[in-house]
Write a protein that binds this ligand. Sequence first.
Ligand code: G6P
Length: 475
Amino acid sequence: MSQKKIIVSNRLPVTANRDEESGALEFKPSAGGLATGLSSIFKEKGNLWIGWPGIPDFKEDEKPGVIKSLRGENMAPVFLNKKEVLLYYEGFSNRTLWPLFHYFTEFTQYTPEDWDMYVAVNQKFCDAILEYAGPDDIIWVHDYQLLLLPSMLREKLPNATIGFFQHIPFPSYEIFRLLPWRSEILEGMLGADLLGFHTYDDTRHFMSSVSRIAGYPNSMGTIKMANRIISVDAFPMGIDYDKFEKAARSKETYEKVDKYKSLFANQQVVLSIDRLDYTKGIKRRLYAFDKFLEMYPEYIGKVVLVLLVVPSRDKVDQYQQLKEEIDTLVGKIDGKYSTIDWTPIQYFYRSFSFDGLSALYSKADVALITPLRDGMNLVCKEYVASKVTQKGVLILSEMAGAAKELSEAILINPNDEAEIVEALKQALEMPEIEQRNRLLEMQEKLKRYSVHRWVEVFVEELLNVKDRQAKMNIK
Ligand code: G6P
């Protein structure tokens, strides 16, 4: 029996772009860690990655060509129309689940039309998978946009091996129970054989909701259902360590860093990189930087904050509003402290190329990563991996999943402005030997548990659960 492996996520590892003038379509590969990590699986002959190509407006006569060319690269598209994108993606995924699971209850909307479309689109993904999947295949579903999919698949393919990994936090029971569709969501997830989260706390929260809302007994990471067991565990996602290390040692990066050295002569660089998102704590970070300059004016002209904000979900109101607030705040701080030859914040609202990022990571004396809540946060790991000279300091929020592994960073509470201010001072003045010791410890851990290892460990555990289930049935 040959088992195919099928990866499913809301987005494919490529995104379609339409040229506004000519209308021509172009597919750009995603540079994200997940795409790199899972390429070892989906690029293998016979395997497949199923997902949305990222834009809603495919014409009917274009679809067969798109399907054919993606199939050549082991991908299959799920086409979504404008209404589906509006209600399922912008709506239930990003106006309900995203804010709720990140503890932003004040932003969470509970809209029955969005929920109905979430169910319908999860079903659409299920139908798309059923076109390719055999009864015994291995299906690995990713993230909060597809929480109902494991059970929908289980119903049609009772013997399939189904894994689910959630890339965002799973909130505590007190938050999760606010959701009107909490039982349906849990039942949807429980179609999987193995459920993975980034941290032990996430698994604990999930288990607590399973017993209190769904009423299934569970202990030691195992949930007992009527006819099978389900395993739940923490799998902290890693990065492609070698890729970042290699890039940091490349000629291109050295050349760029040299250029930055003259641009930032006699200035220390503090780097901040995020998708535009209220969970990332960008505003509080800016307030803290303002306070830092106010409290330690000797740093005026001596430190620059490179603030990189990557556009995201710009149709969702909270994201639009946040963009305006950040623009205003950056303007205020720059207006307050700038001198003729120095600007405290260099602000970029766009994506950067991989080479550009690598050079910024290499150059930055400090990375200031202060999310209010974050499933994992890979930027901080990429920064650490890029520090091949072992000079640099990571300031990291306790609220990021990565803080559980990176205890040698300066850990801060992102709501404590005074603590961020002091952390900045400590980082900018840290002796080189201490920077080195802290970085070496963190690098050791990240090297060992790369994204490739993460994929291997998850798949191994998924197959183990299936074995345990089989043994239980024999007895
Ligand atoms: C987070 C989520 C992913 C999502 C990504 C980008 O990392 O966990 O599932 O793909 O953000 O967001 P977007 O809405 O553009 O897909």
